[in-house]
Design a protein around this ligand. Structure first.
Ligand SMILES: NC(=O)C1=CN([C@@H]2O[C@H](COP(=O)(O)OP(=O)(O)OC[C@H]3O[C@@H](n4cnc5c(N)ncnc54)[C@H](O)[C@@H]3O)[C@@H](O)[C@H]2O)C=CC1
Ligand SMILES: O=C(O)C1=NCCCC1
Length: 312
């Protein structure tokens, strides 16, 4: 008989998942993914179950990383709820398997994993693609992803100014006052974006909020929202003028409204830049279109589980 899986809570995931451990593992696995060696990394396109009745969907994200022997599946839900809902937009759970025996060894909070690994991947994109002397960071959106992005970006880089814009100004003010350092709350997207060197879009928008005409030439955009083929965060001008990087070409072609509807061509996967097979065009305006990958959750979950076991 297999042992019962352990349950790992959100608090434990937050405590155990450190960016300094996570980032090198994400870089390694994204580099491996971009080599398209199916014996090494297996990550099917995620399966989506639309829940039109509830204005949401559930995504299933299985992945196997042979070299590290990590087998995991994340189940994540996303609901576009009304402004007054107290429920979160995203909720996720990760199942970590014993690949040899086939049983589930751990069931852990995937919501914190999603927040941390998504922000860590955006930080990797910025490390590789942002202009050499980046001074101004702009965050569009003020939800959990805005918080996790703020945390890792301030841990990894030193910006002179950090700006935030949110659809409801009071949310941006709450976001700014809950953080450790100074953040400028902006009243319009344009005010937040003009002159920024790095722009992070973490909104639930379905129409473009970020227009290319406001973006400083050479800036880097980490575009994290708009994860359905008919949703947008960025306008056609930005998508067509920028050098576009993605996490997975297959994921982007199937799910990214910004890529599909603008007709923009994908220049490279981040993994190809990590591998040195495609250049980092730092001097040009760059967009990293993030959609999220099962392998990112798998390496994060394994890291959490190993840390959890080492503390027993
Ligand atoms: N690429 C990836 O791997 C992942 C992407 N995401 C995406 O990141 C984004 C942010 O996630 P959370 O912070 O959890 O979401 P959230 O719902 O908590 O926050 C979203 C923010 O967008 C704003 N917003 C909502 N509708 C808007 C609109 N029409 N125009 C402009 N702003 C609007 C809200 O006011 C809020 O500030 C979402 O689009 C989510 O799907 C989330 C997880 C992983
Ligand atoms: O990768 C993920 O996890 C997600 N990506 C897009 C939005 C839902 C969660």
């Amino acid at each position: 008989m297999s042992e019962l899986p352990v349950l790992i809570s959100r608090d434990d995931v937050v405590r155990l998942l450190k960016n300094s451990d996570l980032i090198p593992r994400l870089e390694k696995v994204m580099g491996m993914f971009s080599k398209r060696n199916n014996a090494e990394v297996i990550q099917p396109l995620r399966t989506i179950i639309p829940l039109h009745k509830y204005n949401g969907f559930v995504g299933m994200m299985p992945a196997y990383v042979a070299h590290e022997d990590i087998l995991a599946t994340k189940m994540v839900s996303l609901y576009r709820r009304g402004n007054d809902s107290v429920l979160p937009a995203h909720q996720a759970t990760v199942l970590l398997f014993d690949p040899e025996r086939g049983n589930v060894t751990a069931v852990m909070d995937g919501t914190a994993i999603t927040e941390k690994r998504t922000a860590a991947v955006s930080a990797i994109s910025a490390k590789l693609l942002m202009p050499a002397r980046a001074e101004v960071l702009c965050i569009l959106g003020s939800g959990p992803q805005a918080v996790s992005h703020y945390e890792v970006f301030t841990e990894m880089f030193s910006f002179k100014e950090i700006r935030v814009w949110s659809r409801r100004r009071e949310r941006a003010e709450q976001f700014a006052s809950a953080l450790q350092g100074p953040v400028t709350v902006c009243s319009s997207v344009k005010d937040a974006v003009v002159g920024a060197d790095v722009i992070i879009t973490v909104t639930l928008a379905t129409e473009p909020v970020l227009l290319g005409e406001w973006v400083k030439p050479g800036a880097h955009v980490a575009a994290v929202g708009a994860c359905r083929p008919n949703w947008r965060e960025l306008d056609d001008a930005l998508m067509r003028e920028a050098v576009v990087y993605v996490d997975s070409r297959e994921g982007a072609a199937a799910e990214s409204g910004d890529i599909i509807l603008s007709g923009a061509s994908v220049f490279a996967e981040l993994g190809e830049v990590i591998n040195g097979t495609k250049p980092a065009e730092r001097e040009k305006t760059t967009v990293f279109k993030s959609l999220g990958m099962g392998i990112q959750d798998a390496v994060s979950a394994k890291l959490v589980f190993d840390q959890w076991k080492s503390q027993l």
